[in-house]
Ligand binder design. Structure first.
Ligand code: SF4
Length: 380
């Protein structure tokens, strides 16, 4: 398949691994965070860490939209779905995320709430159109990649004059999260996680471009390389980061030139800017309250804002104390550091969000057996 097979070529991967090995300076450590769950998935699936020198370490970041959604927001969605006359439309990977007191959207559905799995925002608009007697709410989550389709759904609802459609907005922003990680007390006070550079998100960057990373690359003196999701993309990005570290540079570089530009998708950004505005703060699982990291609907579109329409109040709920998702999302711990990993917590019976989502670090480690490699390395 074009643009896929050539980025999975094992011969080129071995050659790239040898080039990285030659570039790495033996007396220095390299710690790079892959922000995005898509990269975590690729690293686990293709065993990329096994191809790297021992002094090159990859740290998983918080770039999984399902993982970073705090339990309180899921509780709010469940409470909304239980209201008479409300239909809640959600993406499938949200259905099984554990909420408070052993609940989830799937369990709420089993108990009678009208929760429907959709594949796109347009599915939700279609339900609102065909069932005018229902109040149809789309549970909008995700980074900058999924925000334009939500904006499009609202434009479509306006065009169709739908009065029974709204969104529960949980869209969040990547650059604010990366900045928060760099300012994290875990990093500053404990100095337990060193980050020498970031692999920047692929899909998010197709929308926002590379320009938004320039501020913190300069401010925090950390290189960023935006990379695609295929294994050779990731390996080339690691090589570019190693070279930047060796040369003492902290530039924003673009490995994913086949899809990403500095400006990004100007039209999509304009659509989003027309409908959404920044929240002063938004809670992230693992990162806590992050200033200016989330979006809400502008006043002109308040009629489509489920939080206003149904007078929803913010609800804070604690994480399961045994679950290490928060620390994993901050890059402080690995999935194998969690005592529940693979014992009490598996994809079939997830305790935390990182084991539910396909992009979650725990699910990636479990699915591709990375925990076995970890155990083997520990034993040897
Ligand atoms: S293994 Fe399960 S309980 Fe442990 S951090 Fe991951 S999701 Fe949470």
């Amino acid at each position: 398949m074009k643009y896929v097979d050539e980025y999975r070529d094992s011969r080129i991967a071995r050659s790239l691994a040898a080039t990285i090995a030659r570039a790495v300076e033996p007396d220095r450590d390299y710690c790079f965070m892959e922000f995005c769950g898509g990269h975590t998935h690729a690293i686990s699936r293709y065993g990329i860490e096994d191809l790297l020198a021992a002094n090159v370490r990859m740290i998983h970041g918080p770039g999984c939209p399902v993982c970073v959604l705090p339990i309180g927001r899921i509780d709010m969605a469940i409470a909304l779905a239980k209201r008479a006359g409300v239909t809640l439309c959600v993406y499938g990977d949200l259905m099984r995320v554990p909420a408070s007191q052993g609940t989830s959207l799937l369990r709420a559905k089993a108990a009678g709430a009208d929760v429907r799995m959709v594949y796109s925002t347009l599915d939700a608009v279609r339900i609102a159109e065909t069932e005018p007697q229902r109040e149809v709410v789309f549970f909008a989550i995700g980074f900058e990649t999924t925000t334009p389709p939500t904006a499009l759904a609202i434009q479509l609802a306006i065009k169709k004059q739908l009065k029974n459609f709204s969104i529960f907005c949980n869209h969040v922003l990547t650059p604010a999260a990366i900045q928060n990680i760099l300012e994290s007390p875990d990093l500053r006070a404990l100095d337990c996680v060193r980050i020498d550079g970031f692999i920047g998100p692929a899909h998010v960057s197709t929308v926002i471009g590379t320009e938004p990373y320039e501020f913190f690359a300069e401010e925090f003196e950390k290189p960023v390389v935006v990379a695609g999701f295929e294994p050779l993309d990731v390996m080339q990005a690691i090589l570019m980061l190693v070279r930047q570290v060796n040369e003492g540079r902290h530039d924003v570089e673009n490995q994913y030139i086949r899809a990403v530009t500095r400006e990004g998708n100007v039209k999509a950004k304009a659509e989003v800017a027309e409908i959404f505005e920044l929240r002063k703060s938004f809670e992230w699982r693992g990162l806590g309250i992050v200033p200016y990291s989330g979006l809400r609907l502008k006043r002109a579109y308040a009629a489509f804002d489920a939080e206003q329409r149904f007078a929803l109040e913010d609800f804070a709920a604690p994480d399961n104390p045994a679950c290490e998702c928060g620390a994993i999302l901050r890059g402080v711990k690995k999935p194998t550091d969690c005592k529940l990993f693979g014992t009490v917590c598996t994809p079939e019976m997830p305790i935390g969000s990182c084991m539910v989502s396909a992009e979650g670090a725990c699910a990636a480690h479990w699915t591709y057996g990375r925990f076995r490699d970890h155990a083997r390395r520990k034993a040897s």
